[in-house]
Ligand binder design. Structure first.
Ligand code: M6R
Length: 603
């Protein structure tokens, strides 16, 4: 949430900041701003809306060699120019961008600052006023003032701070919110995410929590808050500019949906040896083998992916799997088993709610694995182990290839653990073959886009609400399918256990209420069909998505057969396309739905 970019050196800061903000826009897009210095004069430009709105306000005189920029996802104060970052101190000398939430901003305001000196309602403005006060009233040097403020501020933050009297330095600090240093030749940068800087450099340096960085064009000095120097090497990001473009696609989401067969095949290559045996870190396998219960902690789509993998994990490892919503578990863990193993599922690896639980498991000394799409992300760094999904950057806010990639990655883990335990169920499960069939099944569904578009036009174009129903694994897919439809098309949709509907919720079915039934499991498909009949008898419009082995001639969308352990992957694809079509046919911004942001880095 919120994207930060900053640069100091020998290049055009305006160009670097603006292209960086465009790459970071998926992190928040209700307002944006830049501060540019080191030219003929300093410029502070802000705008409500998208980066293109900010761009349209820039004149050619907004030029310089250093600056900071921000794209906002509002937490404190509505989207407005006053609340857009960068924020300035009372005299305008200090300029700050921030990602995170300052929890004690009211106390800071009451204890240190005059009540009437603020332009907006943000917590960030209070931080920069505090720094300004420590310099201009108390006589501290900027770095000391920043350190003093960091000693008072509580909460999550990634800060980039500039002093308008010094165009050669950016001060940076972080706690809980992501921030990276980008290293260039004659310039250095700071950003929330490597994507913002990949045009300029592929050399990056991590910053850890409660570290302070002073950045000039030729130096990067990292210390802790007590001033002790920290030495840290850099790493090369394996990102390609073409990975983060959308090519000829109208939206990233469609590109990412289409990439899923390739993601499945890449996972086969990543997690199998040439002889077809599993290539999963033996330490991870051993840690799971020793566990008496697996806890999967995640949010949103990643949480739904955990359900998509639960039955398979239990069947192949013979270990019970419990799911936890990270925002709930962060505030109170249930009674844990004697030997728990925690799996954190997170596309971004930055979700603050999940991290909160990870910190607790770390304090308890419990082993943990992060399954993520972002190498080097916070959750990856802080868990005991990491397995990468390797799906390539997922930029659309609506997660698609991460969901299917997470389930497939967990399939490799489940099979490796089951085989190490000598379980027949795991040995008999030919994952390479089955996942290849999944890739083919996805391709077959992708070739039905026109048909799906027509169904959407008929059924979902104007509806205000809808249902997905299913049983067992199809129920878990229904949860994800409804989240996808809700988040990008604003249709109020419930993913429901088909049999549960008649226990109350069926009263919501009216004439023409759309209900999409998912049918992939022969043992329960007839019951789900019965529930679908109950809906159509009450005027609802039922659409069926059926796997071929349970299909009837009049089913609406067919999915080719895949192994039941992997059915969530195949069954979710038509629902992703339904969500995409509904949003695009309604003329919405598919990739950037209202009120949302891609990486949720606040609790
Ligand atoms: O990066 P994460 O997987 O941890 O993110 C979790 C959720 O915020 C995320 O899946 C969210 O629900 C998506 N927008 C859903 O499409």
């Amino acid at each position: 949430m919120c994207g930060i970019v900053g640069v100091v050196g020998n290049k055009s800061a305006t160009d670097i900041l603006m292209q960086g903000l465009e790459k970071l826009e998926y992190r928040g897009y209700d307002s944006a701003g830049i501060f540019v210095t080191g030219g003929n004069h300093d410029s502070l430009v802000k705008s409500v809306g998208r980066i293109r709105d900010l761009r349209s306000k820039l004149g050619i005189d907004v030029a310089g060699t250093a600056g900071i920029g921000h794209t906002r996802w509002a937490t404190h104060g509505k989207p407005s120019e006053e609340n857009a970052h960068p924020h300035t101190s009372a005299t305008g000398r200090f300029v700050l961008v921030h990602n995170g939430v300052i929890e004690n901003f009211k106390e800071i305001k009451a204890n240190y600052l005059p009540a009437d000196s603020f332009k907006g309602q943000t917590d960030t403005e209070i931080a920069v006023h505090l720094i300004g006060k420590f310099v201009e009233e108390d006589g501290l040097a900027p770095l000391d003032a920043f350190k003093k403020a960091l000693g008072i501020i509580e909460g999550s933050y990634a800060f980039a701070l500039m002093d308008a009297t010094d165009a050669t330095t950016i001060y940076v600090a972080k706690n809980k919110s992501p921030l990276l240093i980008g290293l260039g030749d004659g310039y250095n940068m700071v950003c929330s995410d490597a994507m913002a800087m990949i045009r300029e450099t592929s050399e990056f340096m991590e910053i850890h929590d409660k570290e302070l960085v002073v950045l000039t064009k030729g130096s990067v000095s990292v210390t802790d808050y007590d001033g002790n120097a920290i030495s840290r090497g850099s790493y090369t990001a394996e990102l390609d500019l073409s990975d983060i473009g959308k090519g000829t696609y109208p939206f990233y989401m469609l590109k990412e949906i289409d990439e899923q067969p390739a993601v499945m095949r890449k996972l086969i290559a990543t997690y199998t040896n040439a002889d077809g045996s599993m290539k999963v870190d033996s330490e991870i396998v051993k840690a799971v083998q020793e566990a008496d219960r697996i806890y999967i902690i995640a949010a949103g789509t990643s949480y739904n992916a955990g359900f998509g993998a639960k039955q398979m994990l239990e069947a192949l490892t013979d270990t019970p799997v419990e799911l936890g919503v990270s925002s709930e578990w962060g505030y109170g863990m249930p009674l844990l088993s004697k030997k728990p193993f925690f799996i954190f599922l997170s596309q971004s690896g930055e979700t603050a709610d999940s991290r909160q639980v990870l910190v607790k498991t770390g304090e308890l000394g419990l082993p943990s694995l992060t399954v993520t799409n972002v190498p080097g992300s916070t959750l990856s760094r802080e868990a005991t182990y990491t397995m990468l999904i390797g799906a390539g950057p997922e930029i659309a806010v609506a997660s698609t290839k991460a969901y299917t990639g997470q389930i497939a990655t967990l399939a490799f883990l489940a099979k490796a653990v089951g085989e190490a335990d000598g379980r027949e169920a795991a040995k008999d499960f030919d994952l390479v073959k089955e996942l290849s069939l999944v890739a083919q099944s996805i391709e077959a569904t992708l070739s039905e886009k026109e048909k799906i578009a027509a169904i959407v036009k008929d059924l979902l174009l104007t509806t205000r609400n809808a249902f997905y129903i299913g049983r067992k694994s199809d129920y878990f897919v229904a949860m994800e399918a409804s989240l996808k439809l809700k988040e990008i098309s604003y249709v109020q949709c419930e993913g429901f256990a088909a049999g549960e509907l008649k226990h109350g919720t069926i009263s919501l079915i009216e004439k023409d209420t759309p209900a999409i039934a998912l049918l992939s499991d022969a043992a329960v498909a007839p019951h789900t069909r019965g529930n679908a009949m109950e809906i159509s008898s009450r005027g609802g419009k039922v659409i069926t998505i059926a796997m071929e082995h349970v299909a009837n001639p009049d089913d609406d969308i067919l999915v080719t057969n895949v192994h039941p352990h992997l059915s969530a992957i195949a069954m979710v694809i038509p629902t992703q396309l339904i969500a995409y079509e509904t949003s695009s046919q309604r003329g919405l911004d598919v990739d950037k739905p209202r009120n949302l942001a891609k990486a949720v880095t606040v609790e």
